[in-house]
Design a protein around this ligand. Structure first.
Ligand code: C2E
Ligand code: MG
Ligand code: MG
Length: 449
């Protein structure tokens, strides 16, 4: 294998070189075929970034540190080779499943995120990782190394300034199934590495265009997949239980942001989506009140949105919601009209707001029956002393319909899509906050009991 750092050859003791790796690979491929097992080859190209788009190859000391860092991730059956320059490869023969190769590569990526010790600005060490898998890559065994290298080069060309990157060589590793696999196996790391972000969508009080609240909507800035929408990972996180920790992060981050905005004279209520699973956690109320205490956010400025179809264990959910409501936290029923048990539960849930699902709003302008239902739901909500929010308001016609039927609040692309915090702040400033709540400046000490 040719060295990349200007032909410089550094020999790192105890590691195979390129020729030795090729021989091992040949034998390992034959063995994998015989045992009908999967073989993964992970190519790692290490470099230093100057933070301004410039790159240089690491010096010898740092290369040794990198080799140690890689070695620390290996299992006994993995083989590490130094291919010259700043390129390394790991041959993994004990791969049960493709997802193991994905997980291994992610762990490697994470290992490089920890700072390196040395006399350079060593927190800028980056790694581009390419993964090729035999037999499914469709490459002849002799091409496996090239396939992994090509993937690493693709990854290297797309390394964002602040992190490493991963690419897979085979179409199979890029399929939906693998995307799902990456999402499933990456959730905990995503949380640990602060890859989740919240975007904020304004909710306007009608008539007019003042902001009553903002809804916090999570996105995942995934190291390899880019920005992933919640519909792709929330249900996965629910099944795995990781939604509980992710949801806690959402609550803490949204409250922190709401408090920042409150202090900046933008006291919009912050609406946070809760998943059914979170409502089965009896300590949710304690957690929320602890966050409110820590951030100093008044409970009235927090709203929880729960989807209507969440009634696996309604008794626990109702008890948790009642406690939250007793703290002063607002409760809204999201996607109203899509669940199967709306009316019976509506009577038992504490609720301040109903959010009319956007599928209904979309139909109001061309389906008179849906329009009649939506109009009646608004009336019914008002009878119950509950406000209504229309979701998915996209056109002036939708808005006119809502104004005609006395809907209280409106949310949708017509006003604004969800935005990152800085843009949302500018938006709030430009539009103003409805019904300022100045007396909320003094924050009470809360108790969840
Ligand atoms: P949701 O709570 O009903 O949020 C509204 C969704 O509608 C958001 O999608 C928003 O971007 C989208 N939307 C807003 N205005 C319009 C519009 O005018 N037209 C159309 N077509 N769409 C509009 P998003 O952000 O992709 O979120 C999807 C769902 O993911 C949310 O639906 C919510 O159920 C869930 N979700 C988002 N963030 C979280 C979270 O932090 N925790 C939990 N448990 N679920 C979350
Ligand atoms: Mg919502
Ligand atoms: Mg909704």
């Amino acid at each position: 294998m040719r060295a990349r750092a200007g032909g410089r050859h550094v020999v790192i003791g105890g590691l195979l070189n390129g020729d030795e790796l090729s021989r091992r690979l040949e034998a390992a491929v034959a063995k994998a075929d015989e045992d009908q097992r999967v073989l993964a080859l992970t190519w790692l190209s290490v470099f230093e970034s100057d933070g301004r788009g410039g790159r240089r190859w690491p010096g010898d000391d740092l290369l040794h540190h990198c080799a140690e860092r890689i070695s620390a991730q290996l299992s006994e059956s993995d083989v590490l080779a130094h291919l010259g320059g700043s390129d390394f490869a790991v041959l993994s023969a004990s791969v049960e499943h493709h997802s193991d190769a994905v997980r291994f590569a992610r762990e490697m990526l994470n290992a490089f995120r920890r700072p390196f010790i040395g006399n350079r600005p060593t927190d800028r060490v980056r790694v581009a990782i390419g993964v090729a898998v035999h037999p499914s890559d469709g490459h002849p065994p002799g091409r496996l190394l090239h396939a992994a290298q090509a993937a690493a080069q693709r990854a290297a060309s797309a390394v964002p300034e602040r992190r490493g990157r991963l690419a897979f060589s085979s179409p199979e590793l890029n399929t939906e199934r693998f995307r799902h696999e990456q999402i499933r196996t990456g959730l905990a790391d995503g949380l640990a590495h602060e890859e989740f972000v919240l975007h904020y969508q304004p909710i306007l009080r009608l008539p007019g265009d003042e902001v009553a609240a903002v809804e916090a909507l999570i996105r995942w800035q995934h190291a390899d997949l880019g920005l992933v929408a919640p519909n792709e990972f929330i249900s996965v996180a629910e099944r795995s239980g990781e939604i509980v920790d992710i949801g806690k992060w959402v609550i803490a981050e949204a409250c922190r942001q709401a408090r920042v905005w409150q202090q900046a004279e933008l006291p919009a209520r912050m609406a946070v989506n809760l998943s059914p699973r979170q409502l089965q956690e009896p300590d949710l109320t304690d957690y929320v009140s602890a966050v409110l205490n820590e951030t100093g956010l008044h409970p009235e400025l927090l709203e929880v949105e729960l989807t209507e179809s969440m009634h696996a264990e309604p008794e626990t959910a109702i008890a948790v919601l009642r406690r939250l409501h007793a703290l002063g936290v607002h409760v809204s029923i999201d996607d109203f009209g899509t669940g199967y048990s709306s009316l019976s539960y509506l009577a038992r849930f504490p609720r301040d707001t109903l959010k009319l699902d956007r599928s209904f709003i979309a139909q109001t302008t061309h389906d008179s029956e849906v329009a009649a239902v939506v109009g009646s739901v608004i009336l019914m909500a008002h009878e119950l002393g509950v406000q209504t929010v229309a979701e998915g308001v996209e056109t002036e016609e939708h808005l006119q319909f809502l104004l005609d039927h006395g809907c209280d609040l409106s949310q949708g692309y017509l006003h604004s899509p969800p935005m990152p915090a800085d843009q949302a702040e500018a938006w709030l400033r430009a539009h103003g906050i409805a019904a300022r709540v100045d007396h909320l400046a003094v924050t009470p000490v809360l108790s969840a009991s």
